[in-house]
Ligand binder design. Structure first.
Ligand SMILES: Cc1ncc(COP(=O)(O)O)c(C=O)c1O
Length: 346
């Protein structure tokens, strides 16, 4: 049985079609704006998000960093989810590189920001020089650590209304926005509608080897391009990357439904294993969060035992295990993973 890689959808390998497209792509110097394949990808990406313009980025981390830097003046504050990727897993780049403080806000079980806490975090008096001024708010969809919850526009409406009331820009970390779109049965542009900017990843479930995209207004994306250059993310013949991204957008979105069905099958199976705690009805996309209910075996022991039988799991978040389905995991892989995990729990 080959390895069943459930640690992340970032382990997806490029398809044969992507590799062929990469080798034949027309390219130019993208820092001069002269790479036709990058331009085509950016046009498609902007269209998919319903925004005016887009900019190719080397990673989701740089995409979030560049977008938030373009929104937030130095010395200002951005509101982020306490469990969000931008706060937990991106080395606080927006603070370190851009002089912007992150104000972490609690999220509920579905990854929605706590509005009462946002209200309390506003400066008592915006004219009082003691307070830093908030400039932006960051949402995440799907909400990774909440278990890949897809947020419908209605789920984000309160946070968006708070942002509008307080003149904050809304940035959406839509690393997995297409998983949300497929799960909700809504076009990605509809999911992204209220956000001023969206970043999404080509290199996760969509299977491209490299790349993320920032989208927004033409004026905003011009500023993002400058920040990208400043961060060292201006790439030359980036068409070799963009070519795979085009194939990803054209061919990899609809199949995400298969990953979601397998995640649900995995969660149902895990729920039947004594000693595991999991809520299968909450699994809507490709992420399954679960844990060992009484701490025996420890998560480390379970990960080790499963790993020895070729099933790779990750511990992350607040003491949870995560299994992520993707193009590299088929039905047999799911059944094998369930057998191996059941054996490790006995
Ligand atoms: C929700 C979310 N945002 C952003 C990122 C960062 O993307 P990258 O790994 O391309 O930097 C990730 C990566 O896993 C993520 O899960």
């Amino acid at each position: 049985m080959p390895v069943v890689e459930l640690r992340s959808d970032t382990f997806t390998l490029p398809t044969a079609e992507m590799r062929a497209a990469m080798s034949h792509a027309p390219v130019g110097d993208d820092v001069y704006g002269e790479d036709p394949t990058v331009r085509l990808l950016e046009e498609k990406a902007a269209g998919a998000m319903g925004k005016q313009a887009a900019c190719l980025m080397p990673s989701g981390t740089m995409a979030n960093l560049a977008a938030l830097t373009a929104h937030a003046p130095r010395g200002s504050r951005v509101f982020v989810g306490r469990d969000s990727d931008v706060y937990v897993y991106e080395a606080h780049g927006v603070s370190v590189c851009s002089g912007v403080a992150m104000d972490p806000i609690d999220t509920d079980a579905r990854g929605r920001l706590n509005i009462a806490q946002l209200e309390r975090a506003l400066p008592e008096d915006p004219d009082d020089p003691q307070f830093s001024l908030p400039s932006a708010l960051c949402l995440e969809n799907t909400a990774n650590l909440a278990g890949g919850v897809p947020l419908a526009p209605a789920d984000m409406a309160d946070a968006v209304a708070f942002a509008v009331r307080n003149r904050l820009a809304v940035h959406l970390d839509g690393a997995r926005i297409f998983n949300a779109s497929v799960a909700l049965g809504l076009p990605a542009a509809e999911v992204a509608r209220e956000a001023d900017s969206v970043q999404f990843c080509l290199s996760k479930g969509l299977s491209a080897p490299i790349g993320s995209i920032v989208t927004g207004s033409a004026e905003f994306v011009t500023r993002v391009r400058r920040v990208r250059k400043m961060l060292g993310g201006g790439m030359r013949q980036a068409g070799v990357i963009a070519a795979a991204g085009i194939v990803a957008l054209d061919t990899m979105v609809d199949r995400l439904a298969e990953d979601h069905a397998r995640a649900r099958r995995l969660a149902d199976g895990l729920a039947g294993i004594a000693g595991l705690s999991v809520a299968p009805q909450q699994v809507r996309t490709n992420i399954v969060m679960f844990r060992v209910a009484n701490g025996r075996p420890s998560h480390g022991e379970l990960i080790g035992a499963a790993g020895r039988d070729g099933v790779r799991l990750a511990e992350l978040g607040r003491g949870q295990l995560r299994a992520v389905t993707h193009r590299g995991v088929d039905d047999r892989g799911i059944e094998h993973a369930l057998r191996v995990i059941a054996a490790a729990m006995r």
